[in-house]
Write a protein that binds this ligand. Structure first.
Ligand SMILES: [Zn+2]
Length: 229
């Protein structure tokens, strides 16, 4: 404990100050307070959250994530479909230069650990497209139960696969069956991110912007929702 001298005080006052420095064993009033907190449910919520985090279900940022239900997303899509097109959409750039694509790339499968060698445009796919897709899916996973299936990239896992195909699988609490969509690209993943964020414009980078509700059909397909036009 602390050995610094107590300030000069008189009688009972000094005794109270000294007592306040030693940890107190909880008395009946403390226990009563704890019980009251329990009744309001706030401690229960906190412990549920802590358990989730310990099981790795929380987000990296420590925020509790909100996982959309299919019903919520269907409502959201209906709202989007009725929204007016945004003004001042950005035009695309006329021309742009890109860094030279890599000639070859070695893909390492995260599932089996085997390596597959790719060249030319496929190498570009492995070096540029795939890492972006992984990042986008990781972001989407804050609000969706989503998984990226990149097994087509691995010649060991999928020896007969001809195309570098990416697929996503989304699970909802109302169904045990995952909604699987293959042949997706990063533009699809950006559509989902913009939709979840409540935006009404789709940013296609160098190609400019389009109203997001123009993509409602694709969003419905990607998310496994009721179709809109
Ligand atoms: Zn593999």
């Amino acid at each position: 404990m602390i050995n610094r001298p107590l300030p000069r005080r008189e009688g009972a006052q000094q005794a109270t100050y000294a007592q306040s420095l030693v940890p107190r064993t909880p008395d009946r009033s403390d226990i009563q307070r704890l019980k009251e907190v329990d009744i309001t449910g706030s401690t229960a919520n906190v412990s549920a959250m802590t358990t989730k985090r310990m099981k790795g279900e929380g987000t990296a940022t420590g925020r509790p994530k909100h996982v959309f239900t299919r019903e919520e997303l269907e409502r959201k899509l209906t709202v989007l479909a009725k929204r007016r097109a945004p003004r001042n959409l950005a035009f695309g750039a006329d021309c742009y230069s890109r860094a030279a694509p890599p000639n070859r790339s070695e893909y390492v499968c995260p599932v089996c650990g085997e390596k597959t060698l790719y060249a030319d445009s496929e190498a570009w796919n492995v070096e540029e497209q795939l890492p972006t897709a992984r990042e986008l899916v990781a972001e989407l996973a804050e609000n969706l139960e989503i998984r990226l299936d990149e097994s087509a990239y691995c010649r060991h896992c999928k020896p007969n696969e001809k195309k570098l195909d990416l697929a996503i699988e989304i699970r909802y609490s109302d169904s045990s069956q995952a909604n699987r969509i293959s042949s997706i690209d990063n533009d699809d993943l950006r559509l989902i991110a913009e939709f979840l964020a409540g935006k009404n414009r789709h940013d296609r980078g160098m190609l400019g912007e389009t109203p997001l509700n123009r993509h409602k059909k694709r969003l419905g397909e990607l998310l496994g929702l009721k179709q809109h036009g």
